[in-house]
Design a protein around this ligand. Structure first.
Ligand SMILES: C[S@@+](CC[C@H](N)C(=O)[O-])C[C@H]1O[C@@H](n2cnc3c(N)ncnc32)[C@H](O)[C@@H]1O
Ligand SMILES: *[C@@H]1O[C@H](CO)[C@@H](O)[C@H](O)[C@H]1NC(C)=O
Ligand SMILES: *[C@@H]1O[C@H](CO)[C@@H](O)[C@H](O)[C@H]1NC(C)=O
Ligand SMILES: *[C@@H]1O[C@H](CO)[C@@H](O)[C@H](O)[C@H]1NC(C)=O
Length: 390
């Protein structure tokens, strides 16, 4: 995740003294109070009105589709495994060399990456997009002895001059002058160098903000089967086309959107927008001509340095292509409910139920998560695991 944390409350402002200031702040307070109550009202009533839009197979109350898994295939881990994993991971995370990984991964995705890499037990790990090397360190904690290949334009050692970074001694860096984009690497030759014949023993992690449709195709073409994408942005958000966006289709239950300004979705979105930073209302969701797919009809790429407009038919074709070779699609749930983490960024209506629910504050404390900085829970963007069928 790369977008900077917006902190509207930390904006510079000169305090002025005198009664004018007092009266106006009082007015503001009253207004804010009123707005908060109004919000609460909307927040409480809207979901009830919209219950019929969702079912237990959807994400949240707005109804978000996931990519269908083949033959109803499921991941082999359970919620119990995740909780046990959290218990083990919390003290490991505490030892991380890069304490402030702003613009990089926070707690939720660090755990997800560690958990999945360790569960899958690969012989080799590949990452694209390393930044200062926090994710490399996470992969190393998951698999202490296996080789890592890290692809990233700027070598993490460059960051060492300025502060904490992580450089791994059993990692081949395709970085700096040796940088090659994932799509241009001769994977067969490279895997041969490492003696890898069974590609189900390769774990691939993308955090490079490139069009995920392209990355999926490249990884599938190489024959890789276990893929994890860090930033799986929701429809209407993000700087690159994501799996979540691709699977958001009218023909899927809970999928597709209406750009009608007086729809129930519009009403609910407006309410959610007030409480959750990343929520988008119907005006932000929809581009010219009622284009709601991707981001306002755009298929974004490369940190939004480029994008193309696609038609709904093209969007559907992309989905069909992915679906035809996808065996499993699994979104990491948020680690804990917002009432515990106090995060205000992702909208829980657009996410699966958290691993640790509102009523489990004891567990949250037991696992040592209550002592983590709140900002660390701000980076959740639906990290996704994909099993590709060959
Ligand atoms: C959000 S950061 C990665 C954060 C990192 N995974 C962490 O530990 O939190 C994105 C990284 O992708 C890199 N990047 C940009 N273009 C890339 C490309 N084509 N292939 C691989 N990495 C790329 C950027 O330089 C940056 O280091
Ligand atoms: C999916 O299910 C069908 C019939 O139930 C079976 O023939 C097929 O082999 C299964 N495919 C996979 C990939 O498991
Ligand atoms: C993405 O790029 C387009 C075109 O340059 C720009 O209009 C838009 O504001 C950008 N969005 C973000 C979130 O950076
Ligand atoms: C906590 O709430 C969830 C649903 O939100 C429920 O499934 C679970 O059984 C509850 N746990 C306890 C201990 O009450």
């Amino acid at each position: 995740m790369a977008s900077s944390l917006r902190r509207p409350w930390s904006r510079d402002g000169k305090a002025e003294s005198g009664s004018w200031w007092c009266t106006s702040s009082l007015l503001v307070l009253v207004l804010v109070g009123f707005l908060l109550q109004w919000n609460e009202l909307l927040y409480r009533t809207a979901p009830a009105q919209l219950k019929h839009l969702s079912s237990s197979s959807d994400f949240g109350i707005l109804g978000v589709p996931w990519c269908r898994s083949r033959n109803d295939s499921k991941v082999s881990w359970t919620r119990g495994d995740l909780i046990q994993g959290l218990q083990e991971f919390a003290p490991i995370y505490d030892m991380r060399p890069i304490k402030n990984n702003r613009f990089g991964m926070g707690f939720d995705h660090s755990f997800g990456l560690w958990f999945m890499a360790r569960w899958i037990q690969p012989e080799i790990l590949i990452e694209s997009g390393a930044f200062k090397g926090h994710s490399t360190w996470i992969l190393r904690q998951a698999m202490p002895t296996k080789p890592i290949i890290s692809i990233t334009p700027r070598h993490p050692e460059k960051y060492l001059q300025k502060g904490p970074a992580y450089v791994d001694s059993n990692c081949k860096y395709l970085a700096g002058k040796s940088f090659i984009d994932f799509g241009n690497v001769k994977w067969q030759d490279l895997m041969e160098e490492y003696g890898i014949k069974d590609y189900s023993k390769v774990f691939v992690f993308f955090d490079d903000h490139q069009n995920e449709l392209r990355r999926f195709q490249q990884a599938r073409h190489a024959g890789f089967q276990h893929l994890v994408f860090e930033d799986n942005y929701d429809t209407g958000t993000g700087d690159h086309y994501s799996l979540r966006q691709i699977c958001d289709q009218r023909l899927v239950q809970g999928g597709g959107h209406s750009c009608s300004k007086d729809s129930k979705e519009a009403l609910l979105r407006a309410a959610r927008r007030k409480n959750w930073e990343k929520a988008v209302d119907i005006d932000e969701l929809c581009g010219p001509g009622g284009a709601w797919w991707g981001v306002r009809g755009q298929m974004r790429d490369n940190f939004n340095h480029s994008f193309v407009h696609i038609t709904q038919e093209e969007h559907l074709e992309n989905f069909k292509q992915i679906e035809s070779s996808l065996e499993v699609y699994w979104e990491l749930p948020p680690i804990a409910a917002p009432s515990l983490t106090h995060q205000r960024r992702y909208d829980p209506a657009r996410a699966t139920d958290p691993i640790i629910t509102d009523n489990e504050s004891k567990l949250f404390v037991q696992l040592g998560l209550s002592s983590l900085d709140k900002d660390l829970f701000n980076g959740y963007t639906q990290m996704v695991y994909l099993k590709v069928s060959q």
